[in-house]
Design a protein around this ligand. Structure first.
Ligand SMILES: Cc1cc2nc3c(=O)[nH]c(=O)nc-3n(C[C@H](O)[C@H](O)[C@H](O)COP(=O)(O)OP(=O)(O)OC[C@H]3O[C@@H](n4cnc5c(N)ncnc54)[C@H](O)[C@@H]3O)c2cc1C
Length: 361
């Protein structure tokens, strides 16, 4: 088992030596996270890459606060809670997580295994690939305003995780009309670290639950933030920094807003992207797998969760968990050739207890 880096550490390998790992998991949605756990039980170390800034896939991006009722033994839990529980369950296996980058390239190595490349220049050398890419890499819908692209990653961020310290003392404009934009604005306002917090949306209504809207009103009345209706139509730089936004309100006269940090939450759209060109068998943009190993037509590449298809496939989290379990068992035969495979229960196996770091019963 190779030694993965600590979760959340930045990549050490931008354009440098590839990170060597047993398995590379593409996608940190619920199925990718459970895949890490199942690989761990098979003593297969893993690194995980996701184009989003955080784990959870659809659960965290599309319905973080909505309850899910069909996870076995969890009568109800939100998308966020499920993500947290899966991260906690996989924690003993110390996978390396690499967020904010898309897997763009994959090469089959003649001597076996794969070289995998990401959009931010990281490279991985692995024995097996577990595709858990769901409906595709989530890409943020960008603000199409001239002059903004040059500040992406320094002052302009799409769907960032709220880090008040990073914007301390600055004027922050948050663009978006959905819950994610409102949640970010309220969290930042509550931290009182920014000089100003403006939530900007092209319409007067925000799509969020009643308590979120009540919090917006309360925070606005308390002077902690303000809500403006309008669209960004221009950007102005001063001394090499983004300094002002030109805003067109619905009633005509454009206004100027000072800005040090622009956070945009205009939704995400998934795209299968580069995966479509790796020679994988596809059926209507889904990766075709068998139902014994959940392996694709390329030996050593498995596909689990929403990304795969087979007769009877249901796009449910529960199905993805089953697929990840069988895929991990199949991957073990490749990563640990010659090792005899026996069914072991987590309740009674001392080997599994050691891996999980628990005392056992
Ligand atoms: C509104 C809604 C409600 C739902 N409710 C339920 C429910 O009640 N019960 C249920 O079982 N299911 C439900 N689902 C379906 C469930 O969310 C999906 O089945 C589940 O999220 C699939 O998990 P996954 O890990 O396969 O994919 P995803 O959750 O889609 O995660 C895939 C991840 O892979 C990343 N990715 C893809 N390609 C790349 C790449 N090339 N490089 C880097 N990263 C990549 C994506 O950014 C994404 O984060 C619901 C779905 C929606 C939209």
């Amino acid at each position: 088992m190779t030694a993965p880096q600590e979760p959340g550490l930045p990549d050490a390998a931008h354009g440098a030596e590839p990170i060597e790992t047993d398995a590379l998991v593409i996608g940190a949605g619920p199925v990718g996270l459970f895949q890490v756990f199942q690989l761990g039980l098979q003593e297969i170390g893993a690194h995980v890459v996701d184009s989003l800034a955080q784990a959870g896939g659809q659960c965290i991006e599309l319905y973080p606060d909505k309850p899910i009722y069909d996870i076995p033994a969890l009568p109800a839990c939100t998308g966020r809670e499920l993500t947290e529980r899966l991260l906690q369950q996989a924690a003993p296996f110390r996978a390396g997580f690499h967020f904010g980058q898309e897997v763009t390239g994959l090469e089959v190595r003649p001597e076996g295994g794969f070289d995998v490349f990401t959009s931010s220049g990281a490279a991985f050398r692995c024995k097996v690939v577990m595709l858990a890419g769901g409906v595709g890499a989530f890409q943020p819908r960008r603000l199409k305003v001239e002059g903004l692209a040059g500040f992406e990653g320094t002052q302009v961020f799409y769907h960032p995780v709220v880090q008040p310290e990073a914007v301390a003392g600055g004027d922050v404009v948050i663009v978006g009309g959905e819950e994610s934009a409102l949640t970010a604005a309220l969290a930042l306002a509550a931290s009182r670290r920014a000089r100003s917090v403006t939530l900007l949306h092209r319409r007067a209504s925000i799509q969020a639950p009643p308590d979120g809207l009540a919090n917006l009103q309360a925070a606005s009345e308390a002077g902690m933030m303000r809500f403006r209706v309008g669209q960004v139509i221009g950007a102005e730089a001063a001394e090499g920094r983004l300094a002002q936004l030109h805003i067109a309100p619905p009633d005509g006269v454009p206004i100027q807003l000072p800005v040090d940090h622009l956070w945009v939450y205009q939704g995400l759209s998934p795209r299968l992207g580069p995966l479509a060109h790796w020679g994988l068998g596809l059926d209507r943009k889904q990766v075709v797998v068998d139902t014994e190993k959940f392996e694709t037509n390329i030996a050593g590449i498995h596909a689990v969760g929403d990304i795969n298809t087979y007769p009877g496939k249901q796009r449910l989290i529960l199905s993805g968990f089953h697929e990840a379990t069988l895929a991990a068992i199949a991957a073990a035969a490749r990563v640990h050739p010659g090792r005899r495979q026996t069914l072991e229960y987590t309740t009674s196996s001392t080997r599994l207890h050691r891996l999980l770091g628990v005392a056992g019963g």
